[in-house]
Design a protein around this ligand. Structure first.
Ligand code: ASP
Ligand code: MG
Length: 409
């Protein structure tokens, strides 16, 4: 068994010099236990947002290559500081950018995919007994252009390195104790989960539980990389994310989320005939707009309304495209609603239990919360409701499934 571990520290875990020193002490402690350690770091605090804000003052539509050039600097700052802190602690250490350790990506700037990792340099340094620190979130194309891996992409760097280096575990250090049954800021008796399957974490991450980047979970799942999400402030065991185990199926639901960043768009009165939906959604896909839920009503008059949800940040572009499409197909125009939230329950137990949807709908109905749209998958049920009722809905559903005290561990 490998004695190599990957430890990833998120922005909040290196937010100031004090925290950087705390992270360095933890890394040193593990090194002294005899592990080989590869550390991945995010930019400190909210630095990535600040860099984006800076660019916005220069250009509303900057070249994505330059966006990457800018954003990647954040992680170059944090690797240097963390390496120096470890050096202060008397241990041998070396920091690298993504390019220096051969994290090769495609050319999709700001959301690049890793194609290959050439880990020779890392192995060399580990062999010399050094702790290796790698800048998260960034890579390089074969043409030597710097790329980034999408927001939250340090998780991707960590998971991909853990896979490439055959690490024993990929530890994700953050400012919470692990993955919770619901956002503890909203639900007071939300509990930390001891274990979760890749699929559940993937759903939770996509639904807006901001613990891990969703794309990184796809990679973890595909290659079976063991993940441990834990706090950088304590030594407590966090949440282990792994292949599903039988015990997980015995519980109906593992988590409840609310995503308040979506908007609903309706193209009204589109002709009810073959090919229209294909046309609409191909146009949106061409613009790289991600569609989430879709509803098409029954038509009584030969025309129908088509509603779908998109990320709030994509709304403006979606409306432009939708207006164009509506005109093109002889529709009656486009309306939208930003005042929505998507509440969801997730759990692999749903595969083998019935009545989950009924229980969720009953909980919402008990306080007269109206459901606008519904979508389901094998392990997830989502409802669109009014945004102002989202927190209340999450509490109701959390309670209805008994996720507080005595729920799933
Ligand atoms: N610093 C990058 C971001 O804020 C990557 C990361 O934190 O994982 O998105
Ligand atoms: Mg992050």
């Amino acid at each position: 068994m490998s004695n190599l571990i990957v430890q990833k520290f998120g922005g909040s875990s290196v937010a100031n010099p004090q925290r950087i020193k705390v992270a360095a002490r933890r890394i040193a402690k593990y090194k002294k236990k005899g592990y080989q350690i590869v550390v991945v770091v995010s930019a400190i605090g909210d630095q990535t947002d600040e860099l984006i804000g800076l660019m916005e003052q220069i250009s509303k539509n900057p070249p994505s290559r330059e966006m990457d050039m800018l954003m990647a600097t954040g992680e170059q700052v944090s690797v240097a500081l963390l390496a120096a802190a470890i050096h202060e602690a008397g241990l041998e250490v070396i920091s690298f950018t993504g390019a220096q350790v051969g994290i090769i990506t495609d050319k999709s700037h700001t959301k690049a995919r890793i194609l290959d990792i050439n880990a020779d340099r890392i192995h060399e340094e580990l062999k010399k007994g050094k702790i290796v620190i790698v800048a998260g979130f960034q890579g390089v194309t074969l043409d030597q252009d710097i790329t980034t891996l999408g927001r939250g992409g340090s998780d991707m760097t960590a998971v991909a390195l853990a896979k490439a280096l055959k690490a024993k575990v990929c530890e994700i250090y953050t400012d919470v104790d692990g993955v919770y049954t619901a956002d503890p800021r909203i639900v007071k008796d939300a509990r930390k989960l001891d274990g979760l399957s890749y699929e559940e974490m993937l759903e939770l991450a996509s639904l807006g539980a901001q613990v891990m980047q969703a794309r990184s979970m796809e990679v973890a799942k595909k290659f079976n990389v063991p993940i441990h999400v834990r706090s950088s402030f304590t030594n407590k065991q966090g949440t282990i994310i792994s292949k599903e185990v039988k015990a997980m199926e015995d519980v109906l639901v593992s988590g409840v989320t609310a995503n308040k960043n979506e908007a609903k768009v309706t193209i009204c009165g589109v002709p009810d005939k073959p090919g229209i939906a294909a046309k609409i959604f191909s146009e949106l896909a061409k613009e790289e707009i991600n569609i989430d839920m879709i509803i098409q009503n029954i038509s009584r008059t030969g025309a129908t309304d088509l509603s779908f949800t998109v990320m709030g940040t994509d709304l403006k572009r979606t409306l432009v495209v939708s207006e164009k499409i509506s005109k093109g197909v002889g529709g009656e125009g486009v309306t939208y609603d930003k005042d929505i939230a998507k509440v969801s329950v997730v759990g692999i137990g749903m595969r083998s239990h019935v009545g989950v949807a009924a229980k969720m709908f009953t909980a919402l109905a008990s306080r007269g919360i109206n459901i606008g749209m519904i979508s389901t998958s094998e392990i997830k049920i989502s409802c669109v409701i009014k945004k102002k009722r989202a927190d209340e809905a999450v509490k109701l559903i959390h309670k209805a499934f008994g996720l507080g005290k005595g729920g799933r561990k």
